[in-house]
Write a protein that binds this ligand. Structure first.
Ligand code: IMP
Length: 180
């Protein structure tokens, strides 16, 4: 089994590149079935989701789609005015569009909860969420439950395949779990 040591923590390989690829195919198949007769707008949440998104959108079959990118503040995602803080703002008009948000991991669901509210306020026809990983035990916002999940995970810290540890290790080709 492959291991990684990063900033004093020990990580062990949890999902191999082959397992990840199988999960991505499974998600892509479901999205393809649901969206082949629509023209969805995929909204990729930077930075973490770029790896998953690149694999996922190339695995879609017969889906005419657009892809755009956003980055929101990790500082609770909200300003004191209650507005979502966009570091990279939404460049596309979402009004009347079928939006699919692509996320790396849904944890408390706060990011998704706020983004969904924003998309609805902007007049999106529908908003769904595709995520590589989902921590159901941690979910605090019901409406943030993802529609398409690669794999569920208990409350453990993971890295690789886009997921970072203080900005590093996004480039690992597998997903690694921290070991005590
Ligand atoms: P949420 O808004 O609480 O759902 O947080 C989601 C974000 O937290 C993800 O996009 C990641 O950036 C980060 N995150 C949550 N769990 C992990 C993890 O295990 N490893 C790396 N990043 C994580």
């Amino acid at each position: 089994m492959r291991t990684v040591d990063e900033q004093g923590y020990h990580f062990e390989e949890w999902l191999t590149p082959e397992q990840i690829a199988a999960d991505v195919q499974q998600v892509a198949k479901r999205i393809s079935a649901d969206y082949h007769d629509k023209e969805p707008l995929f909204v990729v949440i930077l930075n973490g989701a770029f790896v998953f998104a690149a694999d996922l959108i190339r695995a879609l079959k017969d889906v005419r789609c657009e892809v755009t990118f956003i980055r929101v503040s990790s500082y609770f995602g909200m300003s004191t005015t209650g507005q979502l803080q966009f570091i990279v703002p939404l460049q596309q008009v979402v009004e009347n569009r079928d939006v699919v948000i692509i996320e790396d991991i849904v944890d408390t669901g706060l990011t998704i909860h706020q983004l969904k509210a924003h998309m609805r306020a902007e007049g999106a026809a529908s908003v769904r969420v595709a995520t590589m990983l989902y921590k159901p035990n941690k979910l605090e916002y019901d409406d943030a439950k993802p529609d398409y999940t690669g794999r569920e995970i208990t409350d453990e810290f993971v890295i690789g395949y886009g997921l970072d540890f203080d900005g590093f290790v996004r480039n690992l080709d597998a997903i690694y779990k921290v070991k005590e």
